[in-house]
Design a protein around this ligand. Structure first.
Ligand code: ACO
Length: 316
């Protein structure tokens, strides 16, 4: 037993923030951001917009695309580093919004969240504990970044993207690695200070990143994950039709292209959205799916906080 993606959708904030918009409020420039990262603009939640609204839009689009009704969903997984509320979870709130009464799970695996959700979904489908599963990856990194830290806040954007999965014959193949104690502090957001009188923890809770360490981790882990999948399946990159990489930096994507060749197999949309954490791979999938033919082999690959890296080979 395996899985098949039968529908995709997305929900994007209305507000577009260009590099020049950022240059107007902080010491940066379109030239610096676009040359170092490839990013030209990003979408940011604004006004009364919520992540739940984006998630519901993405979910509705994926359900419609799949020709499925909310009642058919047996499991709803939301991947996010932080929803609109600390509790209830985003998946609870989204289930309510969609009128779905099923098992709900939130997965907080940062940029690897979507691949982790595919892994969990595969187990549910394989055990016949679900026939149809909805995954929604919804991120609002604009709430987590320190807007006085130009080295991180220019990198991220907000978005939601969704897929509907059903049982199928072809089993996906995964390659996952968690480095754990080996370097997680290079990319983290601590919990914010609370008002408990019995502790003295103080932290503003913003995301902190050592860019160059993460850059090296990204390039090496992408290479390792893709090689592991190819070796496991006795395939070469020539057998793969499309590689959907986490969109963190165009230079990282180009680094992968240099290692594996075939730039046409590595689409990107980071120009328009920046790094949307776990939403980036399903958003790219949604935007590029018209080029896939039935039976195409896709590799989805992400890296991020943990430090974690995860890849999945699946058949379209
Ligand atoms: N505008 C202008 N100058 C800036 C900016 C900015 N926005 N940010 C930093 N600078 C300056 C620095 O202050 C530094 O100045 P100095 O030389 O006078 O000290 C200079 O630019 C170079 O800074 P570096 O940090 O060395 O720049 P680098 O080339 O490493 O690029 C970047 C930084 C883009 C963050 C890069 O390291 C990177 O992409 N790393 C990987 C990040 C990543 O992949 N994250 C993904 C995981 S996170 C997640 O997905 C949730």
């Amino acid at each position: 037993m395996g899985l098949k993606i039968i529908g995709t959708g997305c929900g994007l904030p209305g507000k577009i923030v260009t590099n020049n918009d950022l240059a107007a409020i902080m010491d940066t420039s379109d030239e610096w951001i676009s040359q170092r990262t490839g990013i030209r603009q990003r979408r940011i939640l604004s006004g009364s917009e919520t992540l739940l609204e984006l998630s519901a839009e993405a979910a509705a689009g994926a359900l419609q695309d799949a020709g499925a009704s909310p009642e058919e969903i047996d499991l709803l997984i939301v991947t996010t580093v932080g929803g609109d509320y600390k509790t209830p979870s985003m998946s609870c709130l989204l289930a309510g919004e969609l009128g779905i009464n099923c098992i709900t799970l939130d997965i907080n695996m940062a940029c690897c969240g979507f691949v982790y959700a595919l892994n969990a979904a595969n187990a549910y489908l394989g055990a016949d504990m679900a026939k149809k599963i909805l995954i929604v990856s919804a991120e609002a990194l604009s709430r987590l970044t320190d807007w006085t830290d130009r080295s991180t806040c220019v990198l991220f954007g907000d978005a939601a993207a969704a897929v509907v999965l059903e049982q199928a014959d072809s089993a996906p193949v995964f390659s996952m690695e968690l480095r754990g104690k080996d370097g997680w502090e290079h990319l983290h957001a601590a919990r914010g200070t609370d008002n408990c009188p019995f502790n003295d923890f103080e932290n503003n809770g913003f995301l902190r990143m050592d860019g160059q360490d993460i850059y090296k981790f990204a390039v090496s882990s992408i290479t390792a994950r893709i090689h592991e999948i190819l070796n496991t399946c006795s395939l070469s990159i020539d057998d793969i039709d499309t590689v959907l990489l986490h969109q963190a930096n165009l230079r990282i994507i180009k680094g992968a292209v240099t290692r594996f060749g075939s730039p046409e197999k590595f689409p990107h949309n980071i120009e328009n959205y920046g790094n949307t954490s776990s939403a980036s791979v399903p958003l790219l999938l949604h935007e590029t799916k018209d080029r896939f033919r039935p039976g195409d082999k896709l590799i989805l690959c992400a890296f991020g906080a943990g430090l974690a890296s995860a890849a999945c080979l699946l058949k379209w």
